[in-house]
Design a protein around this ligand. Structure first.
Ligand code: ADP
Length: 485
């Protein structure tokens, strides 16, 4: 039996991406197909998404979705079914999907993503002709209102199907003031502690978590961490109260897109058996980043430049990194203050620290294929994909012991090395001393080429494809359907 799932996300590769959510939402339909799941992805009609369905069919129309006329247009994404919600007044905006050109949240985000949720709920409940779904799967706060609408205000005659709320990052909750509540079109009964109300306002993520048949997050360690106040970001009580419905399913990577043997972005593709070929890619990076060519280790960072990612601690540690003889190539964008401190560090260390401020997917691939080690000093990390790509590319990950980083990297301590399973370096606590010590350990390991190659190869051998996690999602959907009968 095929399970029909409606996956609702605000991002998906290759159409729109600001982070790992896009990689996951884009990969899920393909990951689930071998497990008897037919997944239809629903996206907001951002310009790139509208372009993808320009020849598509209009399958439904709304006279008013929170005040604007809307259409649902069908198409394909990566060969799988796609539905795009076309509301020009909400989504026809270039640049970031969430912020204006000066980096401030669009002030109508509440309305844009409530409308998106309203439409998804209608679709999930069967209000759109010839579209029938068994499970509604919403990703992050932007899609979470779909679950609240399905719970509190399903369309007339609609079916209440089981639902999954996946949290890709608890730090983003979609919290708005109480004045929006009357405009959401929800009944008064939704304004409760176990509904959409949260500290006197409306929290979209919380609303989704309360309504969901199951809550998932993207690694087992993060699933445990979000029960604690340090990581729960205020929602730990809800996680704890629903703990028997909370599951951790680690993200996979799309091995079609991220494979050093076939990656078209690499000057020199390679395999675990031919690691020496990475050298040409490393030389290319040195040129691209204006770094001195030498035999010492080349660290890379590919990251949003934010506090979550520990980039402030990285900045503090850069003089130390250069002092060890290592170099750094960094690609990222984010907080203006962090960008300025990085520029200052690069100016202090010409030839040793190279920066690229911006977003560049192709360069990210080249960095994985040429860098020796990747630094990921995140304060919290629900899953993290960059370290998984690094493992696949033999770029040794150096990670903080938290969330998905703790679950996916095995530390090269004496036991890990003796057992032949080490894949990277872990450190506990994100501060100057822990990161500086981890850099020292990495440089030391790099100085033993045989040991280093073994760590690289161990990482490349790991299976982070979607096969295990795809099965886990499929089993969860089946379980929810069985419970619903
Ligand atoms: P998050 O989703 O929290 O940003 P992840 O590690 O899960 O972190 O996913 C980040 C994704 O975004 C990875 O695919 C990474 O390669 C990519 N990425 C982050 N910053 C950049 C950038 N400046 N340029 C290109 N890719 C980037």
């Amino acid at each position: 039996m095929t399970i029909d799932v409606l996956s609702v996300s605000s991002e998906a590769v290759p159409l729109i991406k600001t982070g790992g959510l896009a990689d996951v939402a884009g990969a899920l339909p393909g990951a689930l197909a071998p497990h008897g799941v037919k997944m239809t992805l629903m996206l907001p009609g951002y310009p790139a998404a509208m372009q993808a369905v320009r020849k598509g069919k209009v399958v439904h129309e709304w006279d008013s979705l929170l005040g604007e006329a809307a259409r649902l247009v069908s198409g394909k994404i990566n060969g799988f079914p796609l539905l795009v919600l076309d509301v020009p007044a909400y989504f026809s905006r270039e640049g970031s999907p969430y912020t204006d050109h000066s980096g401030h949240d669009w002030n109508d985000n509440w309305r844009r993503f409530a409308a998106f949720g309203r439409a998804a709920a209608d679709l999930a409940a069967g209000a759109v002709k010839r579209r029938r779904f068994d499970v509604l799967h919403a990703h992050d706060w932007q899609a979470a209102m779909a679950l609240a609408y399905l719970r509190f205000s399903p369309p007339e005659g609609g079916r209440r199907i089981p639902s999954v709320m996946t949290i890709h990052n608890m730090a983003f909750q979609g919290y708005f003031g109480p004045e929006i509540f009357p405009r959401l079109g929800l009944p008064k009964s939704a304004w409760t502690l176990d509904g959409v109300e949260y500290h006197g306002g409306v929290s979209y993520l919380k609303a989704g978590m309360e309504a969901a048949s199951a809550i998932t997050t993207v690694s087992p360690t993060y699933a445990a961490e979000i029960r604690m106040s340090e990581f729960g970001m205020g929602l730990e009580g809800i996680v704890a109260s629903r703990s028997e419905r909370v599951f951790g399913i680690v993200n996979g990577i799309d091995t079609g897109l991220w494979n050093p043997e076939t990656d078209p972005e690499l000057a020199q593709p390679y395999t675990a058996a031919k690691l020496a070929r990475r050298k040409r890619n490393k030389r290319g990076l040195e040129v691209e980043f204006g770094l001195d060519p030498d035999e010492g280790p080349l660290f890379i960072v590919i990251s949003r430049l934010t506090w979550q990612k520990g980039m402030d601690v990285l900045v503090e540690t850069l003089d130390h990194l250069v002092g060890t003889g290592a170099r750094l190539a960094l690609l990222g964008s984010g907080d203006a203050e962090l960008e300025a401190s990085l520029h200052a560090a690069a100016a202090r260390h010409p030839g040793r620290i190279g920066l690229r401020i911006g977003y560049d997917e192709a360069l990210a691939h080249r960095m994985q294929g040429g860098g020796d080690a990747m630094l990921v000093p995140s304060r919290f990390e629900p899953c993290g994909l960059t370290q998984l790509y690094a493992l696949a590319y033999g770029c040794v990950p150096v990670v903080a012991r938290t969330g998905g980083l703790a679950d996916t990297v095995i530390d090269a301590n004496l036991a890990g090395l003796a057992a032949g399973v080490a894949t990277g370096v872990q450190f506990a606590g994100v501060h100057y001393h822990s990161l500086a010590t981890a850099i020292d350990r990495t440089v030391e390991l790099y100085g033993h080429p045989k040991v280093w190659r073994t760590i690289q190869r161990n990482g490349m051998k790991c299976d982070f494809s979607w096969s295990t996690s795809g099965r886990a999602y499929a089993e969860l959907y089946s379980q929810l359907m069985a419970e619903g009968q």
